[in-house]
Design a protein around this ligand. Structure first.
Ligand code: ZN
Length: 364
């Protein structure tokens, strides 16, 4: 416990109490800051697709949760037990703008594998944790966020627009992980299913990594309009009802699925060239099984890989990618509508109804 944090005024937080129930707006004192923690002023939060799944009840989260895990903030205070350096070794001081990993592995817990820290036991995840009287500032929809010890932090430049910086810690880092598990991208042909933020980020990362050709596929023609701006050579409409007919796009070495839709994942496998790999990251909520033709997998020597969230290496790759490319690709335009914290209810309703690529919440 440290009393120095008590110099900061009470903060507002928005609590989600379950699908169909109104958000609860509260204002409360900061709790004591524990050993190794960092207090952040939340600047901006973007509403991720999985937040909308929670809002609509398609994904189960505990009731009483402060949602939002695509967050950017400014350091207010660093506990003396924190090393005060970021993931890249850059010293950190109050006033620095930072992005941070969606998860923190508790100090006494060993990761199941060094490259899969995000699957550690008792994992803490921002925007996914029960809000209690002493622990409300743990999600993006609040004026403060208290960063647990062992959260990976990265200092970022204030020139990067907040709308773009907020999306690093879920969308872009997850896509960086997808590229890592895909292996070599250079001179490979790529298909991306899903023209949301994950898909568009994947186009740009594959383009920068030297992909030979990139095709973007979605059921929504208006979403496909973003494709060329983010590096796609070709875009194509997907009609799941016609999934059995011959495909309208060429086979590819790598197929990324960002949709989580069984029909799209099946079409993705059918689109793989000999020796190809499908990388699935969209299927993070329950859906019907994907019908897989085992003989096709064997005879075409195909590989299917899954990835949930990301590791520290992916987080750093994504941050560096955005630092180098935030002006080259129009990421800022993808936050199509902006709200303030007190308009959270309206923001979620708008995101559910109009399905913009992202809705942003300006907080401080
Ligand atoms: Zn997310």
């Amino acid at each position: 416990m440290n009393s120095r944090a008590s110099v900061f005024p009470p903060g507002k937080a928005v609590i989600f109490n379950g699908p169909g129930k109104p958000f609860e707006f509260i204002e409360t004192e900061l709790p004591p800051i524990n050993k190794g923690e960092v207090l952040v002023k939340t600047l901006y939060t973007t509403i991720c697709g999985s937040d909308i799944h929670t809002f609509s009840g398609r994904r189960q989260e505990p009731p009483n949760v402060v949602l939002g895990h695509e967050i950017v903030g400014e350091i207010l205070w660093i506990d003396p037990a924190h090393p005060a350096i970021d993931q890249r070794g850059t010293p950190l001081v109050p006033g620095d703008r930072i992005t941070w990993s969606i998860f923190a592995v508790p100090a006494n817990v060993q990761a199941p594998r060094a490259d899969i820290p995000q699957k550690s036991e008792q994992l803490f995840k921002y925007g996914h944790t029960l809000a209690t009287c002493n622990d409300v500032f743990n999600g993006g929809l609040a004026e403060y966020c208290i960063l647990r010890a062992n959260t990976a932090l990265l200092k970022i430049a204030t020139e990067i627009p907040l709308k773009v910086a907020a999306t690093i810690s879920c969308a872009h880092a997850t896509v960086a992980g997808a590229l890592r598990v895909a292996g070599m991208i250079e001179n490979r042909s790529v298909i991306v299913f899903g023209a949301g933020l994950l898909g568009l980020s994947c186009l740009a990362m594959c383009r920068e990594a030297g992909a030979l050709s990139i095709t973007l596929i979605d059921t929504d023609a208006s979403r496909l309009q973003w494709g060329k701006k983010f590096g796609a050579d070709k875009t194509s409409i997907f009609n799941s009802a016609a999934a059995a007919i011959p495909l309208l796009w060429p086979e590819a070495d790598l197929v990324f699925d960002m949709t989580g839709q069984p029909d799209a994942m099946k079409a993705g496998i059918d689109s793989l060239a000999l020796g190809g790999t499908a990388i699935w990251i969209g299927a993070a909520y329950p859906a019907k099984p994907v019908p897989v033709d085992a003989q096709k997998i064997v005879r075409k020597i195909l590989t299917i890989k899954g990835l949930h969230n990301y590791n520290y290496q992916d987080f750093e790759y994504a941050t560096t990618f955005i630092e180098h490319n935030y002006l080259k690709y129009p990421f800022e335009e993808l936050v199509e509508k902006e709200f303030e914290l007190h308009q959270t209810e309206e923001a979620f309703k708008y995101a559910s109804e109009y399905k913009p690529v992202r809705v942003g919440i300006k907080i401080n």
